[in-house]
Structure formats: structure tokens, C-alpha cells
Design a protein around this ligand. Structure first.
Ligand SMILES: *[C@@H]1O[C@H](CO)[C@@H](O)[C@H](O)[C@H]1NC(C)=O
Ligand SMILES: *[C@@H]1O[C@H](CO)[C@@H](O)[C@H](O)[C@H]1NC(C)=O
Ligand SMILES: *[C@@H]1O[C@H](CO)[C@@H](O)[C@H](O)[C@H]1NC(C)=O
Ligand SMILES: *[C@@H]1O[C@H](CO)[C@@H](O)[C@H](O)[C@H]1NC(C)=O
Ligand SMILES: *[C@@H]1O[C@H](CO)[C@@H](O)[C@H](O)[C@H]1NC(C)=O
Ligand SMILES: *[C@@H]1O[C@H](CO)[C@@H](O)[C@H](O)[C@H]1NC(C)=O
Length: 284
């Protein structure tokens, strides 16, 4: 009796300290496939093939649910403890809001069934402590950036540790942040046939060899690609960007070059996985 009560108190305290994002880890993007262009997740041979995460337990398909609604989708690598990518729809700004600063959230369902105890160990995912005061000069780099969210509640939903990778602080706040801002302005011109701003975005990381806290992979590169319909030009347009996860000098004002999706996939051939197909063929 006493033990049960104690466990109850502990679990309540844990819930307070770690706001848990309600997600679905069922190895299926079924409920959030709308975040992918034509409801078709990318093909990443050996990792995600025809919506199937090969290698069973390593890669988890997460439908990121927050405040009772799906917000985006993430493929999470439980071995490297970083996401492979997050997929979302850029819809422009639907309300004015300042960048939220919520507590970081973790996914209870990535852990084994004994909920209360596993929250303590967090064996399968990175926890906030992993990012504290490290000698690698990395912080939590969002894949789905909060500044690309249409409203405040979606912006808050991006503050989950399954949506971030260890990213060099100067890179995160420098060229990568400028690229996010630039693509935001470009995607504001993605007007679909309903006259809505709409672009399908994929943002991911290519894992490296070094691990933060001997646990969380520090990726070598970050990449992003989007595809959208441009009603004005009556055609599909796409762009891609990638950059090395290295320190940069703010005075250099480094910019990340705009590339095509095909060039990004070629880059994957050499540095990561060959024959990746991010979108349908018309998003080149
Ligand atoms: C992907 O799946 C298809 C059939 O669903 C199969 O033909 C193909 O060989 C698979 N490719 C890889 C790299 O697993
Ligand atoms: C946001 O604020 C600006 C300036 O105050 C205003 O012009 C704009 O319409 C607002 N946008 C939304 C979506 O409320
Ligand atoms: C961070 O770690 C370094 C080296 O381990 C230590 O000297 C420093 O005091 C720490 N800083 C904080 C804010 O904990
Ligand atoms: C869409 O077309 C307009 C008009 O040509 C152009 O200014 C804009 O940059 C295009 N947007 C994209 C994302 O290609
Ligand atoms: C898209 O446009 C339609 C018609 O203008 C509107 O009813 C709908 O709510 C919009 N959808 C989104 C996701 O903004
Ligand atoms: C590399 O990438 C390109 C572009 O996506 C593709 O056409 C080519 O077949 C890929 N594979 C290899 C093994 O080079």
C-alpha cells in the first residue's frame, strides 16, 4: 500500500517535471500521413522503404500529437537517439505569436511498458540532461523549427526531444537560422489551388560518429527540402539545402546555398544512403 502510494507520488512528480507529449509510436505513419506529399513518406533504402521501417525496432515512426491533434511526423532512430527526419506542412502564419519557451518534452511511448520507472532512465531517447553543458558546443537544433509553425500551439509541439539533434550553437543560430528564415519567406509564395499557403517540408540529419554524453549522436550534416505547388506559375517547385554541422564565425555571415532535391539525393548517395527518394518525381 505504502509502496503504491510512493510510486504514485513519484510518477505524478515525474509527469510534472517532464511534460509528456502525447505521441503515437506504432511503427506507422498511418494517422499522420497527410504530412507527406501525396501521403507518401520518403523512401530511404534500409531505413524506410515503402512506409516500412526496415530493421524493426530501431526506427520508430512517430505521429507527433500535442493538445489532442497531430502536428507533424518524425522518424526516430532509437540507436543514435536522434531523429532521421521530421515532416511537416508549412502553412504560413495563422496567428501572431512570439517564440514559445516551453519545457522540453519527451515521448513516454518510446520507453518500455513500465512507464514510471522508464521515465527515469530514458534508455531509448535523449533527455534534457544529455544536452547540458557539453564540450562540443552543441545545443538542441530543431528539425521542425518553431518559427515555421502556423500557430503557437504547433510551435510549442516542436519542443520535443525527438524533434531535435545536437547542433553546433554558432551554426544553429547562424547560417541554419538564416536559411530557415529565407525558406519561410520563399514558402509564403507557395499558394495552392485553394489559395492557401502550403508546402510539404522534410528536415533531417545525417548521423556522424561522435556521441554527446556517449549517447546522443552528433550529426555530420543537417538538410531540408520542400516541395509545393506554385499557383502563380502553375507548376510544382522544390528546393533543398544542406550544411555541415560545424562551428562558424558569426562575422562571416555564412549562407547555405540553395540546391535542388536531386542534388541533395546525390549528396545522400555519397555521404549517407544511396537512392533516397524524398518526394514524388515531379519535385526534382
Ligand atoms: C523495398 O521494398 C520493395 C517492395 O516493397 C522491394 O522490392 C525492394 O527491394 C525494397 N528495397 C529495399 C532497399 O529494401
Ligand atoms: C500580425 O500582426 C500584424 C501587425 O500587427 C498584422 O498586420 C497581421 O495581420 C497579423 N497577422 C495575423 C495572422 O494575425
Ligand atoms: C561546464 O563544464 C566545464 C567543464 O566540465 C566546467 O568547468 C564548467 O564550470 C561547467 N559550467 C557550468 C555552467 O556548469
Ligand atoms: C512562385 O511564383 C512567383 C511568381 O513567379 C514567384 O515570385 C515565387 O518566387 C514562386 N515561388 C516559389 C516557391 O517558387
Ligand atoms: C484552405 O482554403 C479553404 C478555402 O479557402 C479553407 O476553407 C481551408 O480552411 C483552408 N485550409 C487550410 C488548412 O488553411
Ligand atoms: C544517386 O542519386 C541520383 C539522384 O537521386 C540517382 O539518380 C542515382 O541513381 C543515385 N544512385 C547512385 C548509386 O549513384
Amino acid at each position: 500500500m505504502k509502496m503504491k502510494m510512493w510510486l504514485f507520488v513519484v510518477s505524478v512528480l515525474l509527469v510534472i517535471d517532464f511534460p509528456i507529449i502525447k505521441t503515437e509510436v506504432v511503427n506507422s505513419f498511418e494517422k499522420c500521413k497527410n504530412y507527406f506529399l501525396n501521403e507518401q513518406p520518403p523512401v530511404i533504402p534500409g531505413i524506410l522503404n515503402n512506409s516500412d521501417s526496415t530493421g524493426n525496432n530501431r526506427y520508430k515512426q512517430i505521429c507527433q500529437k500535442y493538445k489532442n491533434a497531430y502536428r507533424f511526423a518524425t522518424l526516430y532512430d532509437t540507436e543514435n537517439k536522434i531523429p532521421v527526419f521530421s515532416a511537416y506542412i508549412y502553412e504560413g502564419k495563422k496567428e501572431n505569436f512570439t517564440r514559445p519557451n516551453p519545457k522540453w518534452m519527451i515521448e513516454s511511448e518510446l520507453e518500455s511498458p513500465v512507464a514510471e520507472m522508464t521515465v527515469l532512465t530514458c534508455a531509448n531517447q535523449a533527455i534534457r540532461e544529455d544536452y547540458r553543458n557539453n564540450s562540443y558546443n552543441v545545443d538542441r537544433g530543431h528539425l521542425f523549427p518553431s518559427c515555421h509553425a502556423a500557430n503557437k500551439v504547433t510551435a510549442k509541439s516542436t519542443f520535443t526531444l525527438t524533434n531535435v539533434v545536437p547542433q553546433k550553437i554558432s551554426f544553429n543560430g547562424g547560417s541554419w537560422s538564416r536559411m530557415e528564415e529565407k525558406t519561410k519567406n520563399i514558402m509564403d509564395t507557395c499558394i495552392n489551388s485553394n489559395n492557401n499557403v502550403s508546402a510539404h517540408v522534410l528536415t533531417g540529419a545525417i548521423p556522424g560518429e561522435i556521441k554527446l554524453n556517449k549517447k546522443v549522436n552528433i550529426p555530420l550534416y543537417l538538410w531540408m527540402a520542400f516541395c509545393c505547388y506554385n499557383k502563380t506559375e502553375e507548376k510544382w517547385v522544390s528546393q533543398a539545402y544542406w550544411a555541415e554541422n560545424i562551428e562558424e564565425n558569426p562575422v562571416d555571415e555564412k549562407t547555405i546555398e540553395q540546391k535542388s532535391v536531386r542534388e541533395l539525393q546525390n549528396f545522400f548517395n555519397e555521404t549517407w544512403v544511396p537512392n533516397v527518394q524524398l518526394f514524388d518525381n515531379y519535385c526534382k
